[in-house]
Design a protein around this ligand. Structure first.
Ligand code: SF4
Length: 412
């Protein structure tokens, strides 16, 4: 069994560093507005490309640029310029438009076809291969059996999603957000109306005995019992061995709009699962442990996606909110770091700190560092609690001035 690539989302430098430090083999990211997370405001800029490349090279990690929004006529020139500018820094372009595939091929770039193209059979994969495409991210509607069959028939490098949010309109092309807000999901601007609860309201008029309308009905029903359009999040930790046996080359984690602790935790969990399968240590106990771990960060109810068949009503999320079992509270910022001693000086701006607290330090270069507070000091004293408005020093992993410090609270 070969070791699949673990492909992590990177929405900003903190997430990128978290992915690199957590064992990702590759990262994907967007630039500007021509990708499926255009609205999130967390995309990189062209000027960031050399730094992204430098950090990836340091860890031997591949970098893929998502260029997968619908492309309109007037955008072909900027897209081509972007391809030329990014080519020296990225290993592949993730593309969903034939014209953009053509432009990538024109400039000798490696093309990965995005799931937005809804490729769901071996004939389509063969055709894409004949057009010079080197990898296909299959449609999320494919079952595991179909994925295995496609790989066997085509020998193509196949990437599939293993974790994260899923659309009720699975592989994209959803017009709901455009209809509701004029913001198109196909242009990376989705406002996620599907995640809401809905109300059904009668709009007819009641009639009096003579058949004349007398007032508008105020009959309303909340559509229950779940959020009828919000699909459960995908979690594959329980069948990583089956995904590997199917020959999937790349395990993609969804979530370029997610925070850095989500990236760190999901990458670590899938890394551990993959290594356990290879070492013959993949047990139900490990799956349980990793699932508990991954539940600490943002998620809705989990499900197996479509790997085991088309889902029924039980695969809709029951809640609108994240079910993360941990929540981070802002403590303050790092105002100094003494490298030799491994001591950080922290200004407490919000949540107080005490010995035994689990904390995370987030920073663009630091990524995400998690540790337990073992000691607090201030002016030769050891305060039991560092309160808001004070400062304190504590032993901490390497971090930088300006990094943010968070207290990690466990929720039931
Ligand atoms: S509205 Fe919901 S289903 Fe449609 S693209 Fe957005 S997240 Fe996906």
């Amino acid at each position: 069994m070969t070791r699949p690539e673990i492909l992590a989302p990177a929405g900003d430098f903190t997430c990128l560093q978290a992915a690199l430090d957590s064992g990702a083999d590759a990262v994907y990211f967007g630039l500007g507005t021509l990708n499926m997370r255009a609205r999130s405001g967390i995309n990189f800029k062209v000027e960031d490309l050399s730094e992204i490349r430098r950090r990836c090279d340091e860890k031997g990690v591949k970098a893929y640029l998502a260029l997968n929004a619908i492309a309109f006529e007037g955008e072909l020139d900027p897209i081509e310029k972007l391809i030329v500018a990014a080519k020296p820094y990225v290993d592949a372009f993730i593309v969903a438009d034939w014209g953009v595939i053509g432009l990538c091929r024109k400039h000798g770039c490696t093309v990965h076809v995005s799931t937005q193209m809804s490729t769901s059979n071996s004939a389509a994969v063969e055709f894409l291969k004949s057009q010079g495409v080197e990898r296909v991210v299959l449609a999320r509607e494919c079952t595991l059996e179909e994925v295995a069959e496609i790989i066997e028939k085509t020998g193509m490098e196949i990437e599939t999603f293993v974790h994260g949010a899923q659309c009720v309109a699975e592989s994209g092309r959803c017009l709901m957000s455009h209809e509701a807000f004029g913001k198109s999901a196909c242009r990376g601007e989705c406002r996620q109306p599907c995640r809401r609860r809905f109300l059904v309201q009668a709009v007819d008029l009641y009639e009096d005995d003579e058949g004349r309308p007398i007032h508008q009905s105020d009959t309303r029903f909340i559509v229950e019992p779940h959020t009828v359009l919000s699909a459960r999040d995908l979690c594959s930790l329980g069948f990583v061995d089956k995904l590997m046996a199917a020959g999937i080359a790349s395990f993609k984690i969804e979530g370029r709009a997610r925070n850095a602790e989500y990236v760190k935790t999901t990458v670590e969990c899938y890394r551990r699962a993959v290594e356990a399968v290879l070492a013959g240590r993949y047990t139900p106990e490990l799956v349980e442990e990793l699932t508990r771990e991954v539940k600490k960060v943002f998620h809705r109810e989990f499900g197996p996606g479509m790997y085991y068949g088309r889902p029924g009503h039980d695969q809709f999320a029951d809640s609108e909110d994240s079910l993360a079992t941990t929540v981070k509270r802002h403590v303050g910022i790092v105002i100094d770091y003494f490298t030799k001693a491994g001591i950080a000086q922290v200004k407490i701006q919000d949540h107080p700190l005490k010995v035994g607290d689990l904390v995370q330090i987030h920073g663009q270069t630091t990524g995400v560092k998690e540790f337990t507070v073992t000691e607090l000091k201030r002016d030769g004293e050891t305060p039991a609690v560092a309160e808001k408005g004070t400062w304190v020093t504590l032993p901490a992993p390497r971090c930088r001035v300006g990094d943010k410090v968070f207290y990690i609270e466990t929720r039931n």
